[in-house]
Design a protein around this ligand. Sequence first.
Ligand SMILES: Nc1ncnc2c1ncn2[C@@H]1O[C@H](COP(=O)(O)OP(=O)(O)OP(=O)(O)O)[C@@H](O)[C@H]1O
Length: 241
Amino acid sequence: MIVETEALGRTFGERTAVDALTFHIAPGEIVGLLGPNGAGKTTTIRMLATLLPASSGTARVCGHDIRDDPDAVRRSIGYVMQQVSPMGYYLLTGREKAEIEASLYHVPRRRVKERAAEVLDLVGLTEHADQLVQEYSGGMQKRLELACGLLHRPELLILDEPTLGLDVQSRHHVWEHIRTLGVAVLLATNYMDEADRLCDRLTIIDHGRTVATGTPAELKEALGVLTLDDVFLAHTGREVS
Ligand SMILES: Nc1ncnc2c1ncn2[C@@H]1O[C@H](COP(=O)(O)OP(=O)(O)OP(=O)(O)O)[C@@H](O)[C@H]1O
């Protein structure tokens, strides 16, 4: 398994953000983590990425325990956060940004150029590689972020809201590329169409607990509804925000 959690939990003072969460991701699987605002998605992701210690339970990521071997976990994952990188990058070309990040990710120096070109190609940016990032559309910038998350060839890519704020066409384009990356993906999203189109399996959480898990088709079938919006509403009592 690429990810295996067992009763993973995190509290902040009196507040329980994640409560005994158990789920797994198999190699190559795209798993969506869905939930209303404040459900515990980001806290879960931050624990798996070893950016935040767990209060209880265990998790193994790419075979490494998040508590005992955080460095090995970090080497095995790519993490693409919600916000786009700092402004400084806008004055670079896509290729320059990828090459700088490759060095930050400890890609051997003699491999930097080749690895940067490889990941730019994976997300369809080869043609625009020598254009300034500030001239990129929002969708192209997101694809560049995806590319940079893959520079050290992680086994797991963690994506927090990968298409937040993009127009429909750019979102479809980003999805196409995520589908063909060939690594396991954990994706937090508030977009039900994104979860439906992209994810092999979904875990819906609310108040830090799993309330439903299954393929998009299974989740709809179990309730006899046609859309994931209805599934979400039935399990969380809330409309998708
Ligand atoms: N550093 C913190 N200190 C205190 N409480 C926190 C902290 N981080 C998160 N929380 C609380 O934990 C709960 C889960 O938050 P989290 O950010 O994981 O939810 P989320 O599902 O990612 O929400 P969103 O969709 O709004 O990003 C919330 O009640 C939040 O207020």
